[in-house]
Design a protein around this ligand. Sequence first.
Ligand code: AMP
Ligand code: MG
Length: 411
Amino acid sequence: MAHSQNISLDEARAIMRAQLVALTETESVLLGAALGRVNASDVSSPIAIPAYTNAAMDGYAFAASELDESGAARLEIIGSALAGRPFDQPVPRGSCVAIMTGAMLPAGCDTVVAIEKTHVEGTSMIARPGQRAHQHRRLAGEDLARGALALARGRRITPADLGLIASLGIERLTVQRRARIAYFSTGDELRSPGQAPGAATIYDSNSYTVRAMLAAQGVEMIDLGIAGDSPAAVGSALDEARDRADMILISGGVSVGAADYTRQILAERGSLSFQGVAMKPGKPIGFGRIDASGKSLPFFGLPGNPAAVMACYYALVREAVSLLCGDLAGELPKLRLISDAAIGKSSGRTEFLRGLAYRDGMQWRVRLTDAQGSANLVSMSQANCLIELPHENTGVAAGDTVSALPFHGLI
Ligand code: AMP
Ligand code: MG
């Protein structure tokens, strides 16, 4: 099978992007269940927001022509307007209406003076000089015109989006169907937490990190457990995965060791697009497609080492999941941080280091966490970001600026 080997991370990303297609099925969900889902159709506003011109402050409403040259006014108070209880009589010359924030401006009124800029003498309101025509009003449609685009398709729905859609009176959204991503760990040495350890066993941590990273992207994992190191075990887990999933992730067995069958089994059932990427950790990662009856689904063969799995997720899998889900957000924002440490590196591969970003006065700096080996989860647990040193980079001096991806809310 012809496939690329040891390509750069950028090349790997380009190959992956070219192959990933968004799922087409959608479903309708109530707003209360829409957080984190991917919006599947453009939503235009059925109403103007605000729906009517209203006061932005508590105070008095009147016509701008009542202001004298100094911006002051003395006006008779003839009534009041509250949110939900408009003042619906005419406002004659020389008069004003007490108004609360959000209340509809009475006909003929276009200016509001804040209550703290006024005092009352008998039934008159005296506004201090310095008021401006049209101040403190919110015009109908100024936030969103009727028919304007309120929420574009391809957005992962945020708390603010939910508020915006609710403010339009819309109760349901059409969202992308949830992607189903099958995962299994491979390795004769693996046990699940809760099981008794053996003489030469280790606990399966990858299924926990992968499940959690998928969950952070709003995706459910089909957990196929642990497959032993035999072609039959890996093959049958893969067969179950392809029947049930939209994408398949496997960890372990992708290197070239004696017990590494994953590559061979994958190649028998589909095609590899690349195997081996010039990155550290995560070099053994493979990507391709598995053919199933009537469909062909993307898969990643991830390394076994736990920190490498997480780096691979950040470097490639996260974006693949987004593309599958129809999430058009694109690249993650990166921080520019000052490195405490000098970091040696040779050109020719992308390196990811686990870092702790912290504030030092007005500056944000980053220090490396503990041992950075691809098996070391302690340093990953201590970290709040991954520093990414690009392919061509030839090392960092202490005090240099590096770019880093913050974990919070992202992976
Ligand atoms: P492999 O790629 O299968 O050779 O695995 C590389 C290393 O990662 C070995 O030390 C494995 O024991 C370890 N490893 C593989 N799978 C897992 C897993 N699911 N959780 C934790 N460590 C693993
Ligand atoms: Mg293994």
